[in-house]
Design a protein around this ligand. Structure first.
Ligand SMILES: Cc1cc2nc3c(=O)[nH]c(=O)nc-3n(C[C@H](O)[C@H](O)[C@H](O)COP(=O)(O)OP(=O)(O)OC[C@H]3O[C@@H](n4cnc5c(N)ncnc54)[C@H](O)[C@@H]3O)c2cc1C
Length: 230
């Protein structure tokens, strides 16, 4: 389905990522973790995950990593009240209802569908399910939605920050997401279902790490943000 929707406001999440909110088009129904084709006109179209969740009413939100591209420049030029076209929703980034232990692995801007899923689950918590979020970034100021993600109210929820520079983030792990790190931080790793979201390089590296841990491919879901070359 195609919708026209009205730009409401921008919110700076980090120095390199900005959220853009639009009035929810009438009749749009979507699930947490889905994405839309966001068409800004003049051939500027990209798939973007919704970083809001359906339970947050009145707006839909896309959070873009700022690269200086023509697409980003056009986003930055949007004026409140201006209309753009969105198509969708598309994709299915979710876990089986039966998953009892979920490890979410997000790299940088790959957090957008995961933030959506966590906020949605907060509204109807599953008492039997345990979620660990492993979130990789460069440094403290690079962590989008940090405050919110540190305070998600779900039973047994844990957040593990993995940073190149851990200054100012208590308990953060230094380096990259590796098999050793996952096994050390998540004792239940053998029973878990995995959801990986991020740029292609990060998703491939994490899949490889899970392979080395003998995690079956059937227990791994991915959301690959094609379009980033690093
Ligand atoms: C299912 C799905 C969901 C996605 N969800 C998101 C999301 O929630 N948020 C998000 O940010 N992205 C998301 N993406 C990726 C998004 O669709 C774009 O491909 C990506 O954001 C790159 O777009 P761009 O306009 O920044 O760069 P493009 O213009 O498409 O250029 C590609 C590359 O060139 C570089 N580049 C381009 N122009 C310049 C310039 N002038 N200066 C320096 N470097 C430049 C960019 O860094 C980029 O790596 C998603 C992708 C998929 C497939």
């Amino acid at each position: 389905m195609e919708y026209r929707c009205e730009f409401l406001e921008r919110l700076e999440r980090t120095p390199a990522s900005v959220s853009y909110r639009f009035k929810t088009p009438a009749k749009l129904i979507y699930a947490a973790g889905q994405f839309m084709m966001v068409d800004l006109g003049e051939g500027l179209v990209h798939p973007l995950s919704m970083s809001d969740c359906p339970e947050e009413t009145g707006f839909i939100e896309f959070t873009k990593r700022m690269t200086g591209s023509p697409y980003c420049q056009r986003l930055e030029s949007l004026k409140p009240g201006e209309k753009i076209t969105v198509k969708g929703p598309y994709g299915q980034f979710s876990c089986d209802e039966s998953s009892r232990y979920i490890v979410m692995l997000a790299g940088g801007i790959g957090i957008t569908p995961i933030r959506s899923i966590l906020k949605s689950r907060e509204k109807t918590p599953d008492e039997q399910c345990r979620i660990v979020l492993v979130y990789g970034n460069l440094n403290r100021e690079d962590i989008a939605f940090r405050e919110e993600l540190e305070h998600i109210k779900l039973p047994g929820y844990r957040l593990v920050h993995v940073l190149s520079d851990t200054t100012g983030v208590k308990g953060a792990c230094q380096g990259f997401v590796t098999a050793e790190l996952i096994m050390r931080k998540i004792p239940e790793y053998r029973e878990a279902t995995y959801m990986i979201s991020g740029p292609p390089v990060m998703v491939e590296a994490v899949k490889k790490a899970l392979g080395a841990m003998d995690i079956l491919a059937g227990r791994i879901r991915t959301d690959v943000f094609m379009g980033y070359d690093e």
